[in-house]
Design a protein around this ligand. Structure first.
Ligand code: AMP
Ligand code: MG
Length: 313
């Protein structure tokens, strides 16, 4: 597959929106960097996105929306969050918020968390695409994992043009730096990532930000940057079969309480991972998980399983 390089127009935006509705991947310009857009409500589309980026981990992704109203369908905005959104949206500010009860952003996009990161981009092509698509899009930077973020359509074509459906060419990104991320789930908003919107400007609106220590690898320590999805149940990994009262999360042909993929398809397993863990967590105190190969998306699946097995309340 080679991506179609599209010059933005009403027709090509409609074509791109249609591609996304069918689960495809479209790179779009934003004012920060080029994002690789996928339907945020589809675990399958998000699994394809991880495949294309070759990400070794499932980190939660940012849901991009076209309006403040669309954001309020996905997340609960505190007064502070609303003030920030009104001051800086559309623009390079991402807010981490409690997820709304009837939100449509899928588990894999949120990495199983009860919070959601949301941003309303300012780039006219991104906004047109969001409106034409009619729902939230996840859009991490459109580069293979570990490479620098692309700021032109040519970068995207060169880096991942062979793994995606289309690239909307919106010229060079004005900012070239990722969005600033603010966690608005607690009493005092916290800076999770500095970025294209200056912290001083944000503090002028909401007062001093908390600055948690960067500590992603020890998610139970105070000042954590990013909580990981942690089931209440104890997880036993690489289990050939369940024992006693364990639920069994299978992979490949065979019996199981639930099966990530009877065809041993890692893409399907990634799409099912968080939703199935949640279902088993609701009914069992112990979950045994089949061995998952570590090739392709298996690396990210195993990374998440290991974190979920380690992190206990
Ligand atoms: P990017 O890969 O540039 O799209 O960046 C996404 C960033 O948003 C990552 O650094 C994530 O850790 C962060 N993020 C997304 N969702 C959440 C969340 N629910 N809680 C905390 N951080 C988040
Ligand atoms: Mg990136």
């Amino acid at each position: 597959m080679t991506a179609r390089l599209l010059s933005p127009s009403a027709d090509t935006i409609a074509l791109a929106a249609d591609t996304l509705k069918r689960g495809g991947l479209v790179a779009m310009p934003t004012e920060t960097v080029y994002g690789l857009a996928a339907d945020a409500s589809s675990d399958q589309a998000v699994a394809s996105l991880y495949d294309a980026k070759g990400r070794p981990r499932f980190n939660p992704l940012i849901a991009h929306v076209a309006s403040l109203e669309a954001a309020t369908k996905q997340a609960i905005l505190s007064d502070t969050a609303r003030r920030l959104a009104e001051a800086f949206w559309p623009g390079p500010l991402t807010l981490v918020l409690p997820v709304a009860k009837h939100g449509t952003v899928c588990d894999l996009a949120r990495a199983g968390l009860d919070t959601i990161a949301i941003r309303m981009p300012a780039h006219p092509v991104a906004r047109d695409l969001l409106r034409a698509f009619g729902g939230p899009l996840v859009a991490p930077s459109a580069n293979p994992s570990g490479r620098v973020s692309p700021t032109t359509a040519a970068h995207v074509m060169a880096d991942i043009g062979d793994r995606i459906d289309a690239v909307l060419d919106g010229g060079s990104c004005a900012l070239g730096l990722e969005s600033t991320i603010i966690d608005c789930t607690g009493d005092t908003p916290a800076l999770l990532r500095s970025g294209a919107l200056a912290v001083d400007d944000i503090e002028a609106v909401c007062g001093l930000l908390r600055r948690p220590e960067a500590d992603e690898t020890a998610p139970t320590s105070p000042g954590q940057l990013l909580r990981h999805y942690a089931p209440k149940a104890a997880l036993r990994l690489n289990a050939a079969a369940p024992v006693e009262d364990e639920a069994y999360l299978g992979f490949g042909p065979g019996e199981g309480t639930l099966n990530l993929s009877e065809d041993a398809d890692l893409h399907e397993a990634a799409a099912n991972l968080f939703a199935m863990l949640r279902r088993l967590d609701a009914t069992h105190e112990r979950i045994a998980v089949a061995r998952i190969p570590s090739s392709g998306l298996g690396e990210a699946i195993n990374d998440r399983l290991q974190r979920a097995a380690r992190v206990r309340d």
